[in-house]
Write a protein that binds this ligand. Structure first.
Ligand code: F0G
Length: 370
């Protein structure tokens, strides 16, 4: 038997053998002996060296943090696992969130796995098909509201504030819940471990501005713990139609293909701006055209299918590199926040219909023009 096979046999063959995010990073998380051990296998997502795309855009050390590989297909699972564990610990029976879809899908899954009632409030008609279905199949109660994400969040905040806590203890699981950000910062730890240090730049899509805040917190805590020496410059990218941090004021009904980050008034705006300033980074806007070009190129050159909002990170880095604003020798990590399968409708608009042929080799050859 080969050495590899022998080692595989010796490993514990139970699901317990896989390290859990909350156990691995317990020292950095609000975890106590009383915190229930929840896991759907979140975290430990791939960091891919994007050699082809890196060469094309002039950044040979371009890396992609593939957060679509989380259990519900987005980075939200890192924070949701902690938020749900803490909700259970304090005796909540229900969790509630406003969402552009990914938070809803994640809350629905972790709520289902732990027996919590889940209520998600969504801007009606603006949610990618996959995300809505994820929430529904997991049994969440979905409420569509006539209005944007900001209005949905306001409604949910009022709902939680006025809830009868004795009757139905209820926890908010939006990123205003600090446990969400605590969990999400673990992605920065993984990036440091995979690279053997912090990158020079960390590029990330910005919506409600929780994730950029969480990453900065993560890099800072790892540096303060002496585990890395440096912190990256933080590059945040908003969709041009919905870029309040860039243009300085909220937009009432922003339009963009990146519907996941279609947010007028980011809840963590101040913290995100601090991360930008402290790191010597920038927060800028990218257009829908730039986002869709990056989205297609990621799939065609790297085989990584992310959702449109995720591609804002690569679109932004490409734009900066083209303008000569990034040192070509820099190590760059672009966070790809969600999976492309969540939004089949946008994908469908970027491709030609499939070829058709008779079910014979000749038929297929003819259709291919071989
Ligand atoms: N990328 C994706 C795919 C998202 O779904 C979100 C946010 C972001 C980036 C932005 O992250 O809000 O922390 O700055 N989605 C939220 C939701 C709003 O409800 O799923 P952020």
């Amino acid at each position: 038997m080969s050495e590899v096979l022998r080692q595989l046999r010796q490993q514990r063959s139970t699901a317990e053998a896989r390290p859990r995010l909350m156990e691995r990073y317990a020292a950095f998380l609000p975890v106590t002996g009383a915190t229930p051990n929840v896991s759907l296998g979140e975290g430990y997502t791939p960091l891919v060296h994007a050699r082809n795309l890196g060469r094309i855009i002039g950044c040979p050390l371009l890396h992609l943090k593939v957060e679509g590989a989380n259990p519900t297909g987005s980075f939200k699972d890192r924070g949701m696992v902690v938020a749900v564990a803490k909700a259970l610990e304090k005796g909540s029976r229900a969790i509630v969130c406003a969402s552009t879809g990914n938070t809803a899908a994640s809350a629905a899954a972790y709520g289902a796995a732990t027996g919590l009632e889940v209520v998600v409030v969504l801007p009606q008609g603006q949610i990618a098909a996959g995300k809505l279905l994820q929430a529904q199949v997991a049994g969440a109660r979905v409420v569509g509201v006539d209005g944007n994400f900001d209005r949905a969040l306001k409604a949910v905040l009022e709902l939680v504030e006025n809830a009868d806590s004795a009757d139905r203890p209820i926890s908010l699981v939006n990123s205003l819940n600090p446990h969400r950000l605590a969990g999400q910062k673990t992605a920065a730890f993984e990036v440091c471990e995979d690279l053997g240090g912090a990158p020079d730049y960390l590029a990330i899509p910005v919506g409600n501005a929780g994730n950029i805040t969480a990453y900065w917190q993560g890099f800072t805590e790892y540096r303060d713990a002496g585990l890395v020496d440096t912190r990256p410059r933080m590059l945040g990218f908003q969709a041009a139609g919905a870029a309040p941090l860039v243009i300085g004021h909220p937009i009432d009904d922003p339009q963009t293909v990146a519907t996941a980050i279609r947010i007028g008034n980011p809840a963590s705006a101040e913290k995100a701006l601090r991360a930008k300033d402290e790191s010597g980074g920038t927060i800028e806007a990218v257009t829908d055209e730039e986002i869709l070009a990056a989205y297609s190129d990621l799939a065609r050159h790297e085989g990584i299918f992310c959702e449109p909002a995720s591609a804002a990170s690569v679109a932004g880095v490409r734009k900066m590199a083209t303008a000569g604003r990034i040192d070509p020798g820099a190590t760059i990590v672009c966070v790809l926040t969600g999976h492309g399968l969540k939004d089949p409708d946008t994908a469908g608009k970027t491709v030609e219909p499939p070829l058709t042929a008779k079910p014979t080799a000749d038929g297929v050859r003819g259709a291919l023009g071989w």
